[in-house]
Design a protein around this ligand. Structure first.
Ligand SMILES: [Cu+2]
Length: 143
């Protein structure tokens, strides 16, 4: 019992320390998170930094930001850049639940992104939606 307690103390301190190191190593522009979800009307929408879910989003961020897209919809989404300084998309094909794509925006300017949605996953075959499927649009102003 006592030996267990001795081990736990330093282990906790170490965990706290490594958490501190990770947060201080974050990029200057920070991180933005975009979540894609399934919904009955329009099939899908997305949200920026836990804000409201809408098909069309417009945000302003600082240069150096890393955007992380996570696809929680019941179908694949491929992230596509349609305007702005050319950027490299990491893992743009989000082809399963919770898969994510990232992109770093280092240059100032106006970037636009959309997604190309695929077919419902087999396990989601009975999902009912109302209306036309939304096309997702995201405008990012980098200052
Ligand atoms: Cu959808």
């Amino acid at each position: 019992m006592q030996r267990k307690l001795k081990i736990r103390g330093p282990a906790l301190a170490l965990a706290a320390l490594s958490a501190l190191v990770v947060s201080s190593a974050a990029p200057a522009g920070g991180t933005g998170t975009i979540a894609i979800r399934h919904q009955m009307r329009g099939c899908h929408s997305w949200s920026f930094n836990s804000g409201p879910f809408k098909a069309t989003q417009s945000v302003t961020v600082k240069a150096g930001i890393v955007l992380r897209f996570t696809n929680n919809d019941v179908m694949p989404h491929k992230l596509i850049q349609t305007a702005g300084p050319k950027v490299r998309l990491a893992h743009p094909s989000m082809i399963k639940m919770a898969s994510s794509a990232t992109v770093k925006l280092t240059q100032k300017g106006v970037y636009r992104f959309t997604t190309k949605a695929g077919e419902d996953y087999a396990w989601a075959g009975t999902m009912k939606t109302v209306g036309e499927d939304n096309v997702l649009h995201l405008t990012v102003r980098v200052k």
